[in-house]
Design a protein around this ligand. Structure first.
Ligand code: G1P
Length: 239
């Protein structure tokens, strides 16, 4: 079951996950059956996708809170779609393994970044080492030089539903917005939070360089594009 929290002017997202009747008909008529299969394979099963809207840009925490009734009283995964995670197995699958191993709790995917970038993200404080550890603190967009570690929150979470109650009373934080990081910090007093240094890499498509790098990485991963694209990159770089 997938719940999208969108905003005004984003109706095209809903259409993307619906039947593209005219496109399918045209592909059928032109006998492009492999393309037709590709289009159909991206369609979710009826009734498994829902949409709700955040009516004002009050922050990520508020956006998540907008989905409270659709999520209900169950643990859920939160995926920030501008953070594209390139990993195999998928980052969420790796997180679900940790969740099952620990028998519940909350799980956050983290990744190491250079110290000079930590102020752009949520940053965790941890206890222990290795790939799975206990998270003991977290801070959203710490001022330069104050981050508790180099491990950033990458935009993939498994959270318990108690977060919604806390989001209701979470005050505005970094950037004047209601932050999920602040609500998680409060929840941490009652519930376990685990960090997973997952195998893979996150492309922050909220930044221009991240978006461009993601395009290159995903293109180089495709059998049909890798060779010609590689040649084009070499030409551009003069090598
Ligand atoms: C959000 C989260 C932040 C996280 C980041 C990942 O920030 O608040 O904790 O590190 O996503 O991309 P935003 O990108 O909305 O500023």
């Amino acid at each position: 079951e997938i719940i999208f929290v969108t905003g005004r002017g984003k109706a095209i997202l809903e259409d993307h996950f619906d039947i593209a009747y005219e496109l399918e008909q045209t592909l059928r008529e032109r006998d492009k059956l492999d393309r037709l299969e590709e289009v159909k394979s991206a369609q979710p099963e009826a009734g498994t996708v829902s949409f709700t809207r955040q009516q004002a840009p009050l922050g990520l925490g508020h956006a998540v809170w907008c989905a409270r009734d659709l999520v209900g009283d169950e643990p859920f995964a939160l995926l920030l779609p501008d953070a594209l995670v390139h990993s195999d197995p998928g980052c969420l699958a790796q997180m679900i393994d940790v969740y099952n191993d620990k028998g519940g709790g909350n799980v956050i995917a983290v990744e190491e970044v250079p110290a000079e970038q930590t102020h752009q993200y949520g940053v965790v404080e941890i206890e222990g080492s290795g790939d799975v550890f206990k998270v003991t603190g977290m801070v959203e967009k710490p001022p330069k030089g104050t981050a508790p570690s180099n491990l950033i929150i990458t935009g993939r979470y498994i959270l318990q539903p108690e977060i919604f109650k806390l989001l209701e009373t979470t005050e505005k934080g970094a950037g004047g917005e209601i932050q999920i990081t602040d609500a998680m910090l409060t929840l941490m007093a009652e519930q376990a939070f685990y960090g997973l240094r997952f195998k893979g890499h996150t492309y922050d498509c909220g930044s221009k360089v991240g978006f461009l790098a993601a395009n290159v990485a995903y293109a180089l991963d495709r059998d049909d594009l890798a060779a010609p694209f590689h040649a084009e990159l070499k030409r551009l770089l003069g090598i």
